[in-house]
Design a protein around this ligand. Structure first.
Ligand SMILES: Nc1nc2c(ncn2[C@@H]2O[C@H](COP(=O)(O)OP(=O)(O)OP(=O)(O)O)[C@@H](O)[C@H]2O)c(=O)[nH]1
Length: 239
């Protein structure tokens, strides 16, 4: 299991949003936020087919490493969209991610499209035990390119890496697809926590870099960062 120590959960708020009525910008709750959350949050959206593990991944980030519980069991599909805030320490700076968990079901698609526009990062998930969820990644990318900002940070995650026996999508297939689209890739497990910290840390680092970089600063290379950290932690790939 990755050594996850980002779980400094603060300013947590969850809110079910009715169809198109609330946008990410109107959803902050300044009353409950400690002072170090005052900077503008970076909007990060979890997308992918229903059942790939978006809600579990978010729960993993916020809860698992606090009380050790994987909230598995009966699968309840997300209805609409909701969000949680997460503060990630990056090079002694706190980066606040506002993480939006979208519903993967087709019938909610028009709701989630409305949120792409405000996203600074998108984590696109498939389930390594579910081939259609992988085959649909191209369609998700088409939608993202249609609705999201051009410079949105996209990361591809092959989730449920703990389910090696049921795997139907090879790691190399995920790598190849990500390479084709020039986006970073890793396999994760919301159950064991593999690579979850790294995924969010890399996103936070990229967004922090964009927010603070000076004209002559070298570009942050997210692919290289992920590769170097995978080797360091030794917790990449399959669980
Ligand atoms: N073994 C294992 N099970 C997982 C993992 N992630 C999610 N699951 C299980 O997969 C099922 C679906 O997970 P969710 O997180 O609800 O999926 P979702 O993508 O949010 O689904 P929608 O809300 O419909 O879009 C649940 O039963 C989870 O417990 C994982 O990494 N490993």
């Amino acid at each position: 299991m990755c050594n996850f120590n980002l779980v400094d959960e603060v300013c947590v708020k969850i809110r079910d949003v009715k169809r198109g009525q609330v946008s990410p910008d109107t959803n902050s709750d300044s009353e409950n936020e400690p002072p170090h959350c005052s900077s503008l949050p970076k909007t990060t959206i979890l997308v992918g087919d229903s059942g790939v593990g978006k809600t579990s991944l978010l729960t993993c980030v916020l809860v698992r490493f606090k009380d050790g519980a994987f909230l598995g069991g009966n699968f309840i599909a997300t209805v609409g969209i909701d969000f949680r805030n997460k503060v990630v320490d990056v090079d002694n700076l706190k980066v606040k991610l506002q993480i939006w968990d979208t519903a993967g079901q087709e019938r909610f698609r028009s709701v989630t499209h409305a949120y792409y526009r405000d996203a600074q990062a998108l984590l696109l998930l498939y389930d390594i035990t579910n081939k259609p969820s992988f085959d649909n990644i191209r369609a998700w990318l088409t939608e993202i390119h249609e609705y999201a900002q051009k410079d949105v940070v996209i990361m591809l995650l092959g989730n449920k890496s703990d389910m090696a026996a049921e795997r139907v999508v090879k790691t190399e297939e995920g790598e190849k697809l990500a390479k084709e689209h020039g986006i970073p890739f890793m396999e994760t497990s919301a159950k064991t926590g593999v690579n979850i910290e790294l995924a969010f840390h890399a996103i936070a680092k990229e967004l922090k870099h964009r927010a603070t970089q000076q004209p002559n600063d070298p570009k942050f290379k997210i692919h290289e960062y992920i590769d170097s950290q995978k080797h360091k932690s030794g917790c990449c790939g399959s669980a």
